[in-house]
Ligand binder design. Structure first.
Ligand SMILES: NC(=O)c1ccc[n+]([C@@H]2O[C@H](COP(=O)([O-])OP(=O)(O)OC[C@H]3O[C@@H](n4cnc5c(N)ncnc54)[C@H](O)[C@@H]3O)[C@@H](O)[C@H]2O)c1
Length: 370
């Protein structure tokens, strides 16, 4: 049986063809529609395997028709060795048969879906008049965040800071090359300088510690904080007193996972948070007034990768008559004769294509319930 395969090159091709801003917006749309049927999904905190230098995580979810998982790592020390901090790949599968449908790269896709999720949350949480964003941490994720907030929130001034000045130079160079409309880019000498006058603050740093990227005196009424980089036990970015402000509203992707991995790991278990699904469903406000400090405590949840994998699966098939495939599952005349096929098929290429059922195609197309 052949399984669709999307490698690094194919994702680069798809994103370039559509354009990163439109791709992120389309992903945000997919994520939002899946979050609106939150209760249909099987949800659990991700499985994390920690080491002294990083973490490897497995992130499964399912809506009863499709199943997905992502393998993702987080190794902040990797960039010093010429390697990415975060890499990922994932699988989309058919719940009916358990057969995989797609094996895909998810390193680019993680950056795209994280930016989509950040912008989706900020559209509900940030003040509508927000035009200035501080971007703290200018590594691999940063361009994606910048593009999403420019395109989806109307950010027109970006204030950049990273402890590594080379990262900031790289980010500025990439954004300048993109020529984003009317975007002013300001390089700052500290986080405090970058945050001064910002409507939105995105923290997307990588360090395996309880960092104090944002401290209470930096925060002004009305700010929206998009906290992305704290996503593991013992790996946070915000001083806990920011979360404890009486005017703070904290919104999370999936509460049980965020209690373990998010900024709120620093707080008591009864500290009140709201899940984004309730905001998107209109049950809770993303912001109650112009003065509130809103905080999106993001750690990355499996549902966004589910949405991204399904989107990629559809896009890949729509844009090409013959998607690339790999022989991941044996194709047998007699399904009970696995051993016989091992000897018989040695050296023979796979031939038969797996026929997707109508219901499966509908699910993959996002036509849920049809
Ligand atoms: N919430 C999510 O869904 C999600 C998704 C992807 C990545 N992440 C997290 O986002 C973070 C960034 O990921 P990346 O791929 O961009 O990593 P990266 O290593 O490419 O970039 C991180 C940047 O942060 C900078 N930095 C570290 N400490 C800093 C400090 N004190 N002040 C300012 N800058 C500092 C580093 O110099 C580096 O340039 C990681 O911690 C990663 O785990 C979260």
């Amino acid at each position: 049986m052949m399984v669709d395969y999307i490698g690094v090159e194919r994702v680069q091709e798809l994103v370039t063809r559509i354009g990163p801003a439109r791709f992120i917006e389309a992903l945000a749309h997919e994520i939002e529609s899946d979050y609106r049927r939150w209760r249909e999904f099987d949800k659990s905190p991700r499985h994390a395997t920690h080491s002294a230098v990083g973490v490897i995580e497995l992130m499964p979810t399912s809506d009863g028709r499709l199943y997905s998982f992502k393998y993702v790592n987080g190794h902040p020390k990797n960039t010093a060795e010429g390697l990415l901090t975060v890499t990922a790949f994932g699988v989309l599968a058919d719940v009916e048969t358990g057969y995989p449908l797609l094996l895909s790269e998810l390193t680019f896709t993680t950056a795209l879906r994280t930016a989509a999720m950040s912008a989706l949350a900020a559209r509900r949480m940030a003040r509508h008049s927000s035009r200035v964003m501080a971007l703290i941490g200018n590594g691999a994720q940063s361009e994606f965040q910048a593009i999403a907030f420019h395109h989806m929130l109307g950010i027109r001034e970006l204030r950049l800071y990273d402890t590594d000045p080379k990262a900031t130079v790289k980010l500025e160079r990439n954004l300048t090359r993109l020529g984003l409309q009317a975007l002013k880019i300001v390089r700052c000498r500290s986080t405090a300088e970058a945050v001064e006058g910002a409507d939105i603050v995105t923290t997307v740093t990588a360090d395996k510690c309880n960092a104090l990227i944002l401290t209470p005196e930096m925060i002004r009424p009305g700010m929206h904080i998009n906290a992305i980089g704290g996503d593991c036990p013992g790996k946070t970015e915000l001083h806990a007193d920011i979360l404890r402000r009486p005017d703070a509203r904290v919104i999370v992707e999936f509460e049980p996972q965020c209690r373990i991995e998010g900024e709120i790991q620093q707080l008591e278990s009864w500290f009140q948070v709201t899940e984004l699904c309730d905001v998107l469903a209109g049950k809770s406000p993303g912001r109650a007034n112009e003065q509130e400090v809103t905080i999106f405590d993001s750690v990355g949840f499996a549902l966004t990768d589910f949405s991204a994998l399904r989107y990629l699966y559809r896009l890949n098939r729509d844009q090409r008559t013959a998607p690339e495939e790999i022989d991941l599952v044996p194709d047998l005349d007699d399904p009970k004769d696995l051993f016989g096929s091992l000897e018989h098929n040695a050296g023979r290429g796979p031939a038969v294509k797996w026929p997707a059922t109508d219901s499966l195609r509908a699910a993959a197309d996002g036509r849920v319930g049809s």
